[in-house]
Design a protein around this ligand. Sequence first.
Ligand code: NAD
Length: 512
Amino acid sequence: MAVTTTTHTQDLLRRLGVEDDNPGAFDGSWIETRGERIESVNPATGEVLAAVRSAGPEDYERVARAAVAAFGAWREWPAPKRGEVVRQLGDELRRHKGDLGALVSLEAGKIRSEGLGEVQEMIDMCDLAVGMSRQLYGKAMHSERPRHRMYEQWHPLGPVGIITAFNFPVAVWAWNAAVAAACGDSMIWKPSHETPLTALAVTRIAARVLEANDAPAIFGLVVADREVGQLMTADRRLPLVSATGSVTMGKAVGRAVADRVGRSLLELGGNNGVVVTESADMDLALRAVLFAAFGTAGQRCTTARRLFLQRGIAAEMKERLVKAARSIPIGDPMAEGVMMGPLINRKAVDTMMSALETIREQGGEVLCGGKRLDRPGFFVEPTVVAAEVQMPITCEETFAPILYVFEFDDLDEAIAAHNAVPQGLSSAIFTLNVREAERFLAATGSDCGIANVNIATSGAEIGGAFGGEKETGGGREAGSDSWKIYMRRQTCTINWGTEMPLAQGVEFDVGA
Ligand code: NAD
């Protein structure tokens, strides 16, 4: 198909360095890739924005070699100097925030404020990583041996593979890339097939910053199919593969990396629950659940998919929820006032429709929504379903705006039901009762990586470690001490005395 964008969109793409047809690999220079022509489609209109030639195995090999060479040089840069380059990356992203945010909206279908918010998240990650670059602390320990000193230090790890999902096409790269760069690593990014243009635009911006600093080409890129993705996961030159996406993908990646005893950081699907008790502030809960369930058209890993309502407030909450869901403005994500854009592609719409059939077969009642919209693009209605916890489909992540509503009598029952799914990403309770809040946060409460009180499941801040348990993969990215996975820990012991005592009192005197 030919590129079908308006002049306005073409101007935007050109400002970001995106042509109608683009190469799909970068190793410090753009490589003339000759693989399949991937068309990037605007999910709100079905129009082709631009195309990218995907990278083949030989292109991957070039990029991997360049990443190894770049790592060799970059690891010798003092960490605060690396941080200075990351600071400039943040500044360059600030300069392009408007355009890049618009491209996220065009390519991933996110509403304008979310497109911009995603770029803001990249900028925030750069700021955070600049600080980290002076705080890659190791501990000093007291040795049990006289005149010995012990400490641990953190060294750069190596080239990192970064596999990203379509729904956070640029922020997830920044979670990894800003921190990995500060830590002294080079990287190879394999973005989603659905969102190659944002990846090209970001790589161009990042490359300019490296060039301006005479820095090695640490930000590699391969727009490629699964086959090249598999080359990457099997590649022993990459000590770490950070992969964000579905549980199915994570299992495949995790297995491949484990097979070569590499390190993987897995950020996989969620099936996030919100518990609302009778003591909650209902207005607050309603507003929060609406955004968490239907914001980003239900396409966040942290989207609220399961709502547990205590019996006494269930009827009123359901009624208000259905009314509010019906009033959500759906449409062109770039248009003022629109709160819900499209799903990413036709397959995602079909998957939602087929999930709804299963829901009905399993006894769920669709309270509102449930239809695709008859207009160009891939739009669906926000959908609320009265469900029972025994329905098997409620244990799956359907990546669409479907919210299952359950009723419960006491909190223990709600927590047990909440935890009875394979995923463990984000969770929330709405209550004004401190005992209920603490019960939810206790060791016997939510089993997720993220647990909130009076805040719903989506919209995490970068300062904390982000990630989830169980099938969500156990990885942690962004803030706190998440940087440690991008480095290798070395424990050092120095004997500054004249004796050679052994640990644990072991003796080995051979009289040499
Ligand atoms: P996906 O699993 O289809 O694809 C994600 C990425 O993995 C893509 O780049 C894809 O090309 C690549 N991939 C797939 N199989 C691979 C393999 N065998 N080897 C190497 N690479 C492979 O996911 P998606 O549809 O793009 O994104 C939606 C999913 O991502 C949802 O499940 C969502 O919950 C999850 N997600 C999780 C987080 C998190 O932080 N936990 C964040 C965003 C999205």
